[in-house]
Design a protein around this ligand. Sequence first.
Ligand code: F6P
Length: 361
Amino acid sequence: GKKIGVVTGGGDCPGLNAVIRAIVKAGDMQGFTTIGIRGGFDGLLTPVQAAPLSVRDMDGLLIRGGTILGTANSGKFSSKTGQGETRKIPENLMTQVRQTIEALGLNALVVIGGDGTLTTALQMHESGLPVIGVPKTIDNDLDATQQTFGFDTAVACAVDALDRLHSTAQSHNRVMVLEVMGRYAGWIAAYAGLAGGADVILIPEIKFNMPSIEKKIRAREATGKLFTIVIVAEGAKLDDSMVVSDNDETDREVRLGGIGYAIAEKIQEKTGKESRCVVLGHLQRGGQPTHWDRQLCTRFGVQAVHMAASRNFGKMVALKPSGMMGSVNLKDAVNRIRSVDPDGELILTARTLGICFGDEI
Ligand code: F6P
């Protein structure tokens, strides 16, 4: 019979299992057996990492975090260098993958991943393999789809954290800094900041300086609001012209990661207000997907099966601006990061509310 292989790559993400479930169930309806590949792309080097997934195996998976297949975001199949340049996957590895796919008798290979994983998938397609991509990342930074799955769940987690930080900030008249994920794009920080009532939102797309933040905190104090909530994306950047301290070490820290802690420390130093930092980290990637992600994952999975059935390869499933499922060529989907538009409606709305982005001065 016909077979679809499924592999997950890159970091884990809420909803991976929901996509796998949708593929297995819809595949079953269309006469496909789904073969799960374990351990990311490395699992394609030999057929032993592959096993059929039955509809019964999918019980409970719609809501389960992580991926039952396991994943890896580094190693032989990394298609991106640390500098973000594309790296070609060696021909001998591609040959091994082709042999595995032939040995397993796969008619299609569904690759679920973010930009790096999909870049590898594109190279597999270009070497003649029947590949279909599904866009996964909590960062929501792929331009070819209106949304990636996992994002909504990550935002929900960050909003929950902001809600909790509000009550403790208020009780102690403190400044609370929440650091969220987002190396290249500030989607999580921007959406969560808006939904969770943050006073300051710092994102990679808008360089910030400390005096603007200080001014915001003092302005709040002048109106009797003695606490402040700051949300910062891990990739947020300090204004280059800015000297943050007389101390080179602190400058370095602010620039080179652990940014939330450095900002909290700096705020305390400048304003005299007690400040604390929480790094939300991988909590954003764990646990049950939200209802929004569950339906998005289910639709992505079913769309991937439709594409396998019609042998529509070298494409990525996508949520179109119309709100409908569709697809785009993988080559038009990879290497296209979608950033938050600093002059777009989302940011302007926040600014209209008085939210500070750290660039006011
Ligand atoms: O791309 C997803 C993501 O969670 C980013 O937001 C974050 O920068 C990165 O992965 C963390 O990677 P790791 O799990 O390898 O530390």
